[in-house]
Design a protein around this ligand. Sequence first.
Ligand code: PBG
Length: 327
Amino acid sequence: MEITIRPRRLRTDPVRRALVRETRINKSALILPLFIREGKGIQEDIPSLEGQKRYSPDLLPYALETVIKAGIKNILLFGIPLTKDGVGSGAYAENGVVQQAVRAAKKNFPEISVITDVCLCEYTDHGHCGLLKGDTVDNDATLPLLAQTALSHVEAGADIVAPSDMMDGRVNVIRQVLDRAGFTDKAIMSYAVKYASAFYGPFREAAGSAPAFGDRKSYQMDYHNGREAVKEAGLDIAEGADILMVKPALSYLDVVSDLKARFHLPLAAYSVSGEYAMIKAAARAGLIDEAAMVCETAASVFRAGADILITYYALEIAQFIDEGRIG
Ligand code: PBG
């Protein structure tokens, strides 16, 4: 038998393999999440996320020097307030922890794009993402507080707000409140498709945001559902979202791929804390090659159709791009 078509022909050497790559990875498509703890002089390790740190707003600029040097231009901020209450006031306080951090970041590095997570769970004493009415989260009563949170972030200088609460209608109210205040150029990256996931465990340790009772299944999505993701994404587009996000990433690449085919908005995927922690733990146990795993998983997210990757490994991936290991 004569073989005329030989796929191996395109795999002969690194230069040829790089020539025919279908997926290109660029640092400009990476977003690094950062945890900001209220206070001064704080720079502490996060036990559940080996290699990640919590910074207080005053020390954030030092962390950002490394980020900028690595060529990462987008950060996503999460706040850990000193005090919490039933209505999550710290989330929308003019001088709240994220608002302070945004100001510090923009003052020192105006060129960096600051994205803020908009949610109440880190700020409520019950740890839920909205106001409680009895034992349930009150959707409509929560909306004005989310809008107020987003507004306070952009007033502090945030470029993009990222609502992660999963209340119905929140993109709409946030867009209206931002526009009315004249912030028509501030973008909304919506956690349009956010599953109720066990992959958030290490994050909740890091941010102290685990719900005090129950779970988030009455507002975050059921992982058995794929078509529902299309419904959620369509709603957020209609409400004015500029960028869609799927979260987590690795177990939901079918959803990423489906949304990419159906919609034309930029699509982000969030490789969440549990994905990071699994790789770290397996590497620490000597079971896998960490760098190889980071490259392969990151490439798979882009190959599935993501335009943007949010990852705790952003600095490492930037280095792997420089070294030609990936991209
Ligand atoms: C806030 C929020 C969470 C994450 C991002 N925003 C936690 C949650 O929904 O419980 C998780 C991110 C991660 O695990 O890396 N609602």
